[in-house]
Ligand binder design. Structure first.
Ligand code: NAP
Ligand code: MG
Length: 502
């Protein structure tokens, strides 16, 4: 028996096959719950329910204000369950309980709040001035797209679920969501919360199950109109192929290898803290992490010693302790990936200045945990594999540069273009550098601050489209141009028909 159920067509259910899979706390290795393992048939049933809810149900026909009221009810319910949600998220993903309380739950809440506001404030109809045609009246109707599927990764499970469900619902679409298999708990809990908000059946469907079956169905099924995917660039390419069969709309939020540029006029103490925060928050398992620190040569040696001194103070341990700065990585598998890259770094670059393994002072109950220390490689060539490939763990490459032009060139020498940072005492100079970085976000004297109120997404192989902001609402709407010729009889305003001689 599974401890949670799938949410399909307004009802809770086991997988059709009856299969289950277990989910674990990556800090202790303890099993947390057995989850229903959906298959293709469950995915098809969920998609059909979402199709019916869109084609025949009330949701897309409701006013923005009515939908906003339902989203605000979800906010109320999330707030009522916030302690439980935060605990589940931290236990299942390895992120710290502090992050879960300060970022994950409030982040999900603010996404539902923002898109409720969008539903109320963004007009459904915009009248267009003038007429490029013979006398006519033209306007734009913004309409929902239809059935929207979401496929999300394991690093911010609850926030990612909210980023997919909230804008889809706000704009009048119906939704089917698949969380990552390593971290499906909070999404299944969210399903229970959404059920309490009493939306029409089929408007939201949530399924735990493998990417290879459930995920592929969500990206390829002909009844789906749009797929939004967050995850690796490799799987993103596959999603585009699958969606191309019926030319679905696609939004992709993919990998990154972001550069955090430290100019020689920066406050070194602040910039060192900014670089560490930008890299090691959540163990580096953040797509926009600034995992390449580009440091100007005049301040290089001093900056490196500050970095290492501060990095050694970061506490790695039990994610449920409030004093822990970094919990375990999401899985032993993720530790193995990091170990592979650190070995490669030792061959390519030499010994890291700190880290390079698990902490050696962990208590007994954590000795099977997926822990890894903040690891810093200095004097890295940007062409090295560890500077080009996304590691998705606590590994920082420090790369020296001489001029601002060179910093920009190195920052842009990447297949990715998700984000970046510039740390400087001179905002004008920092802005000039930021303007030349080919990324979807640049933080000046800061890092990692993301809000539903501001657009987020990538250039180059970091993705297509923007989530969040007004852009992230409009991307869930179709644009219909309506043209009215006011002449209901006669030909004075229909002379173009004459081209055909009719
Ligand atoms: P992943 O392997 O790409 O998986 C992401 C999601 O896709 C999971 O739900 C996965 O399901 C599913 N999936 C896997 N294969 C699939 C397929 N063939 N068809 C459809 N769905 C499939 O990524 P991850 O390992 O979970 O996360 C790490 C990566 O995500 C990193 O590269 C990181 O940069 C990226 N990421 C990007 C952002 C962003 O906003 N740009 C945010 C977070 C993470 P299973 O879990 O069942 O395999
Ligand atoms: Mg994966």
């Amino acid at each position: 028996m599974a401890d949670y159920q799938l949410f399909i067509d307004g009802a809770f259910t086991d997988a059709a096959s009856g299969e289950t899979f277990a989910t674990y706390n990556p800090g202790t290795g303890q099993k947390l719950a057995d989850l229903p393992k959906a298959g293709r048939d469950d995915a098809i049933r969920a998609i059909e329910a979402a199709r019916k809810a869109f084609d025949e149900g009330p949701w897309p026909k409701m006013s923005g204000a009515e939908r906003a009221a339902k989203l605000r009810r979800i906010v109320e319910l999330i707030n009522q369950h916030s302690a439980e949600l935060a605990e589940l998220e931290a236990l299942d993903s390895g992120g710290t309980i502090l992050k879960a309380q300060m970022a994950d739950v409030p982040g999900a809440v603010s996404a539902f709040e923002w898109f409720a506001r969008m539903a109320e404030e963004r007009p459904d109809r915009v009248d267009l001035e003038g007429s490029p045609f013979p006398v006519s009246q033209n306007y734009i109707r913004y309409e929902p797209i239809g059935v929207c599927t979401g496929i999300i990764p394991w690093n911010f499970p609850l926030i990612m679920a909210a980023w997919k469900i909230a804008p889809a619902l706000a704009a009048g679409n119906t939704s089917v969501l698949k969380p990552a298999s390593l971290t499906s708990l909070s999404a299944l809990k969210l399903a229970q919360i959404i059920a309490e908000a009493d939306l029409p059946p089929g408007v939201v469907n949530i399924l735990a199950g493998p990417g290879g079956t459930v995920g592929e169905e969500l990206a390829s099924n002909p009844l789906v109109d749009k797929t939004a995917f967050t995850g690796s660039t490799e799987v993103g390419r596959r999603i585009m192929q699958l969606a191309s069969g019926t030319v679905k709309a696609v939004t992709l939020e993919l990998g990154g290898k972001s550069a955090n540029i430290v100019l020689d006029d920066a406050d070194l103490d602040l910039a060192a803290a900014g670089v560490l925060w930008g890299t090691f928050f959540h163990g580096g398992q953040v797509c926009e992490s600034g995992t390449r620190a580009l440091v100007q040569r005049g301040i290089y040696d001093e900056f490196i010693s500050l970095l290492v001194e501060k990095a050694n103070n970061i506490v790695v341990g039990d994610q449920m302790e409030m004093t822990t700065n970094i919990g375990p990585l999401v899985s032993r598998g993720q530790v193995e990936t990091v170990e592979r890259y650190v070995k490669l770094g030792r061959d390519e670059v030499g010994e890291p200045l700190c880290g390079g393994g698990a902490p050696d002072n962990l208590p007994d109950h954590l000795d099977k945990g997926a822990f890894y220390r903040p690891t810093i490689f200095a004097d890295v060539d940007n062409k090295a594999k560890i500077a080009q490939e996304e590691i998705f763990g606590p590994v920082l490459c420090v790369i020296p540069f001489d001029t601002d032009d060179e910093a920009v060139a190195i920052a842009n020498d990447s297949i990715y273009g998700l984000a970046g940072g510039v740390q400087s005492g001179n905002i004008e100079r920092a802005e000039a550098v930021a303007a030349r970085m080919r990324t979807g976000t640049v933080w000046i004297n800061d890092y990692h601050l993301i809000s539903p109120e501001r657009p987020f997404g990538g250039y180059k192989q970091s993705g297509i489209g923007r989530e969040l902001g007004t852009q992230g609402y409009d991307i869930y709407r179709q644009v219909k141009h309506v043209h009215i010729n006011p002449e209901t009889s006669g030909r004075d305003n229909h002379f173009h028909y004459g081209v055909l001689g009719v």
